[in-house]
Ligand binder design. Structure first.
Ligand code: ADP
Ligand code: MG
Length: 525
């Protein structure tokens, strides 16, 4: 009876329960991982993505591939959001995250088939966390300037050509250092469709693609005071919607004179505050151009909000909403303001006194190349900034994963319960990274895995990994294949969380596409 009622309630829902639900979810995760596994590593292949509008994109980036794919399965969607979180947080390691999640799930399913309950597997996976955390701190080494740069270079491996990687890595590294804070949002990026990638440059200062308000205004090759107005310098609008009834010609003149005087008094207050440069978010009244010029104030209008934020950061200015109450603390300081013409377009360079601020100008001859460079730069900048925040490195080329797997296996031996099997499953999942790196380089995955594991134990070094460019097991520090600690740590933690949440599902309820209004109202009791 109760069962019948339940069936009724879920009439418009498709339901998959227990083992079958897990099996379906794992299959979805594996399908997703299969879509990106061939892109892993510097020898990974590219994917050609074709949008619904026929637009094309060639990429090697896991998260880009996944986000373009039209995925319906809820588990697959969950994995994509884990990968996106990895991208948002550390800008790298997205492919590894998806692969690791899928491997954790495949190994879990195998254990379920052997009679281990998913709850035990989740608990074993969770028990691996602290072991991994401790091991990562032991394996990692402090980064200096040179090793940070080579780590940024590693993150670009496989993206575009080597020449481009070299230029972008250096730019990202320098820009990240210049921020001081390691916040990638403090770097202004502009792209110019001219020249080639090698003409890309780092400019100390905030570059605006904009000319000064009026030709007569003088550029400032000296320090000065800057005010930022979050609004416009325009005639005040009447507060009420009043229509002006003109009774004589003099009235119209008087009206204009008053408006002009108001404008002049606002500019006088700028003069009083000894402002040299005015940056305005909205418009500046035509009549004010000459007044500003006369007052010796260099002005810019219609400056977008993100640009205003950059200028404020660089100069220490605080945006004001009107000129009535300018405080000394609102006024910023600049070192110089210059103009430069690129491809016939005026650009203004603000050099602040606080942080100076930096702008990276990325150049490329075609739109496609420019976009490719921009995406790669964005990732490289994320990695470089990450290293400014936490200058710690781990070996790449699968070395970290193998070192972790070795430790986990040793730890598993000490656990008497069935969790032991799950911890071993976790170790095996980590080994998928070096296996796939080898596979993508045309090497034998099993041989390579055994070789590196042996090399690590022989040399008693966690830094032995696979250099896929030479096909040799080497010390990853010597061949400069490294990754920021945060990238790997985040990837493993994200994958573990995602796998556990999938394992905890034992019932999937799908709303039927053509669900009708429930008809219980018309039913007899
Ligand atoms: P993800 O999206 O996970 O960052 P990538 O395609 O960028 O995927 O590949 C990253 C992996 O490639 C890391 O495990 C890194 O250690 C490895 N890798 C990079 N360069 C080399 C190399 N020369 N030899 C071996 N592995 C490398
Ligand atoms: Mg990467």
């Amino acid at each position: 009876m109760v069962q019948q009622e339940q069936d009724k309630v879920l009439e418009d829902t498709e339901r998959v329960v227990g083992r079958q639900a897990l099996r379906n979810n794992v299959a979805a995760a594996v399908a997703l991982a299969d879509a990106v596994r061939s892109t892993l590593g510097p020898k990974g292949l590219d994917k050609l993505l074709v949008g619904t509008d026929g637009s094309t994109l060639v990429t090697n980036d896991g998260v880009t591939v996944l986000e373009t794919a039209k995925v319906e399965h809820p588990t697959a969607k969950m994995l994509i959001s884990t990968s996106r979180a990895q991208d948002d947080e550390v800008r790298d390691g997205t492919t590894s995250t998806v692969i690791l999640t899928a491997e954790l799930l495949v190994n879990a399913l195998e254990l379920v088939d052997r009679g281990v309950h998913p709850t035990i597997i989740c608990s074993g996976y969770r028990m691996s966390g602290p072991v991994i955390e401790k091991a990562l701190t032991e394996i990692s080494r402090g980064a200096d300037d040179a090793t940070s740069l080579s780590s940024v270079r590693t993150s670009l491996a496989g993206k575009g050509d080597v020449g481009m990687q070299e230029i972008l890595a250096q730019l990202a590294h320098d820009a990240a250092k210049a921020t001081g804070s390691g916040n990638p949002e403090h770097v202004r990026i502009i792209n110019e469709r001219s020249g080639s990638i090698k003409d890309s440059e780092l400019i100390p200062g905030i570059v605006l693609v904009k000319a000064r308000l009026h030709r007569e205004m003088k550029m400032m090759n000296h320090p000065g005071r800057i005010l930022v107005l979050d609004g416009g310098l325009e005639h005040r609008k009447p507060e009420l919607e009043a229509s002006l009834k003109i009774t004589n010609l003099g009235a119209i003149d008087e009206f204009h004179t008053r408006a002009r005087a108001q404008l002049q008094s606002r500019i006088d207050s700028l003069k009083e505050a000894k402002i040299d440069c005015l940056v305005v978010r909205d418009g500046i009244e035509e009549e004010a151009h000459a007044m500003l010029s006369e007052a010796g104030i260099l002005a810019y209008r219609r400056v977008e909000r993100p640009e205003i934020e950059h200028i404020c950061r660089a100069t220490g200015a605080r945006p004001v909403y009107n000129f009535e109450d300018i405080q000394e603390t609102d006024i910023g300081r600049f070192e110089s303001i210059r103009e430069k013409k690129w491809q016939g377009v005026e650009h203004t360079i603000f050099e602040g006194s606080q942080t100076k601020g930096v702008t990276v100008v990325i150049r490329g001859s075609t739109q496609m190349r420019l976009e490719e460079a921009e995406r790669a730069f964005d990732d490289a900048l994320g990695v470089a900034c990450q290293l400014v925040r936490e200058p710690q490195l781990l070996p790449g080329g699968g070395a970290t994963q193998i070192a972790l797997a070795r430790r986990l296996r040793r730890h598993a031996e000490t656990i008497p319960g069935r969790e032991q099997m799950a911890i071993e499953g976790f170790a095996a999942a980590l080994e998928s990274i070096p296996r796939i790196l080898a596979e993508n380089a045309g090497l034998d995955p099993i041989d390579e895995l055994l070789r590196i594991t042996a090399a690590q134990s022989e040399n008693d070094s966690d830094w032995q990994g696979l250099d896929v460019t030479t096909g040799q097991a080497s010390d990853m520090g010597e061949v400069s294949i490294t990754e920021p600690l945060a990238v790997t740590r985040h990837a493993i933690a994200g994958a573990t969380e995602a796998a556990i949440s999938v394992l905890r599902i034992d019932d999937v309820l799908w709303a039927k596409q053509d669900a009708q209004e429930p008809d219980w109202q018309t039913d007899e009791d």
